[in-house]
Design a protein around this ligand. Sequence first.
Ligand SMILES: [Zn+2]
Length: 173
Amino acid sequence: MKAGLRQESRLRVSPMESSTSSAVATCLLCGSEASPALNLPRFGGASCQGCARRVGHLLVEAPASVTDIWPLLSEDEDDDSVEPSVQRPDGTTVELRQLTAELKRELSVEDRMKLAELYGDIGLRREQLEECGRVLVAAPSAELTQRALNVLFSPELCSPRGLEDLRGRLFPV
Ligand SMILES: [Zn+2]
């Protein structure tokens, strides 16, 4: 049998090789080595896990400070609209928003990521961005972190100038 004669060229980056285009990526945000390297699709580069988490904290704790990076975060923030209220089984009334937050707390990180993707499917972009932020804060597996980053740093949702702004927000001089 003459099988196996064709070598795969992708083996070019072997662990023994110290080529210049190494597998070690530099985090676009903090400048340190990103291992594992997470991908920021919008900017064609990498992020470290620490920065992914920092981005999550920004989104969750100070969403109003990053609306220039994610313009859709400011969507539908009409203050005059009244938040609907619902009744609990014990008869007390609670804002729907609060009840939803309580219910979400029960979800696994993976389910929250699914929820974020679902929000996107039905066009609730602000909710989707916030949910991705919460996933990042939870610092899940690299796989889940990457899924959240894929949404947040999609060309569709992230401003092209977002990288500079984000760096300044994460690491103020
Ligand atoms: Zn970093």
